[in-house]
Design a protein around this ligand. Structure first.
Ligand code: EPZ
Length: 431
């Protein structure tokens, strides 16, 4: 089984290049089947979730051609099955974007209920509500979401929850519906905006993405496009916190600083220097980290996907901090692992972590419970005294391209090991 072996204590220093946003690429790839024309998508991250979605798309007859590691050509003219139900589809969350895409284009879709990280109940009632409002029948049978419509007709839809997935799915179905759709209380995340820009580049008429009211005028059909996906806000934020917890100095390159404002604000509060230089942010952590409080919120609030990374930093900050998770109900599972490393954190009521900062973490054998928490535990290992071994790192590969390689270019002592022997070799090497 693959593990990360980490010798902590090195300040990370240097430059790291950020790739395309996974959570934008997933819906954009799914939406690219909504035309029979060819679509070219650039800047896709080479991560496990994306590979799985592309495989699932191939399995229903979509032509997928990798031009290079980050560019793909897609043609959905010869889809031969409107039933997407295979081992791939069931593994990832993003596969449910095929529901909105196929419902919009073919007025029919059967897609296996999605998987994804186990971070709490991940309901899809708002997706279903939106599809029904557009005139579709929806039911869940034998583990599949089945939806069909004679006609899709625009409607006024109020989302009870600001949901990224539901906003995206309903937006996709609505672009090919008759008439106007208004989505209120829409999610405003950068990936929602990126999908809207992509659909507009295919001939859709979407206005207001990025605000909480999205207005869509249905069009008859979509055409091909050549599109470049935005940079990954969460990958960038993770390296910014890697600089903070290792007392480093890292220039995170190729980012959209606007998308990082809530992350930069918290880094400043805990005593880091954060400088924006064009499409780069530099994080310097030369002073001891200070405590703060943070609550995860929909964009532009502090992202739930950065909650574990900031908790790791606050775990070694001076004073008492409170982290409140308001999006998912089961996102503190990694805290037990941090406690093995010496953290003093108590989780109350499932959604609040009370953190009494300790001076340092100490290396331990720990296990990644999900994607973002896995990355955060690696950061803890990089900050810790001694050697940390992280299990279940396949989670990290779902969303971070070349994670350990990028960390190594910043001076991290981290290696992928496959056996006890390799681990022993690492121990001997790093002393
Ligand atoms: C997306 O998940 C992301 N995943 C998540 O990133 C991210 O944490 C999340 O948005 C919030 O930003 C992808 O983009 C593939 P939601 P999603 O619908 O769409 C509730 C990562 O690590 N809800 O905005 O599933 C839901 O239970 C992943 O990259 C309903 O109640 O998130 C949750 O509490 C993890 N009914 C809240 O809304 C619904 O119909 C937000 O979920 C839909 C959602």
């Amino acid at each position: 089984m693959e593990q990360y072996a980490i010798k902590g204590g090195n300040p990370l220093v240097g430059e790291v290049e950020i790739g395309g946003a996974k959570n934008a690429a997933l819906p954009i790839l799914a939406a690219s089947v909504m035309t029979d024309d060819t679509v070219y998508i650039d800047n896709i991250p080479d991560v496990w979730d994306i590979r799985v979605l592309l495989k699932a798309m191939e399995n229903i007859g979509v032509m997928v051609r990798r031009e290079n590691r980050h560019k793909v050509t897609i043609n959905g003219a010869n889809i031969n099955s409107l039933v997407a139900d295979d081992e791939y589809i069931r593994r990832i969350r993003g596969s449910y974007y095929l529901i909105g895409a196929m419902l919009g284009k073919y007025h029919y879709a059967e897609v296996a209920l999605p998987g994804g990280c186990d971070i709490g109940c991940r309901a899809i009632d708002q997706h279903i509500k939106g599809f029904r409002a557009l005139g579709a029948e929806v039911c869940i049978e034998h583990g599949l979401v089945k939806t069909q419509a004679e006609r899709l007709v625009g409607n006024h839809i109020y989302m009870d929850i600001s949901s990224v997935g539901a906003t995206i799915n309903v937006m996709m179905a609505a672009v090919l519906a008759e008439g106007r759709t208004i989505i209120e209380n829409a999610a405003k995340e950068p990936h929602v905006v990126d999908l809207a820009n992509f659909l507009n580049s295919m001939g859709a008429d979407i206005k207001g993405a990025g605000t909480d009211v999205i207005r869509i005028r249905g069009v008859e059909k979509l055409h091909g496009s050549d599109y470049t996906i935005i940079q990954d806000q969460i990958e960038a934020g993770t390296y910014m916190f890697a600089a903070a917890v290792t007392k480093g100095d890292v220039v995170v390159k190729n980012v959209i600083p606007k998308h990082l404002e809530s992350i930069s604000a918290k880094l400043l509060e805990i005593g880091c220097e954060v400088k924006e230089i064009d499409d780069c942010v530099r994080v310097v952590a030369s002073k001891p980290l200070m405590h703060t409080h943070v609550k995860t919120l929909p964009y532009p609030g502090f992202p739930t996907d950065m909650q574990a990374q900031i908790t790791v930093a606050l775990g070694i900050s001076k004073g008492t901090s409170i982290v409140t998770e308001s999006i998912f109900e089961n996102r503190f599972k990694y805290v037990d692992e941090l406690i093995k490393m010496g953290a003093n954190i108590k989780v109350e009521g499932g959604d609040t972590a009370i953190i009494d900062g300790v001076e340092k973490y100490t290396g331990a054998s720990i296990s990644a419970p999900d994607l973002r928490a896995g990355a955060a535990l690696v950061l803890a290992g990089l900050a810790a005294d001694g050697i940390t071994v992280v299990d279940n790192i396949h989670y990290i590969a779902r969303g971070y391209e070349d994670f350990h390689q990028k960390l190594r270019t910043l001076g991290a002592q981290i290696e992928l090991v496959n056996s006890e022997r390799e681990l022993q070799k690492f121990r001997l090497k790093v002393g």
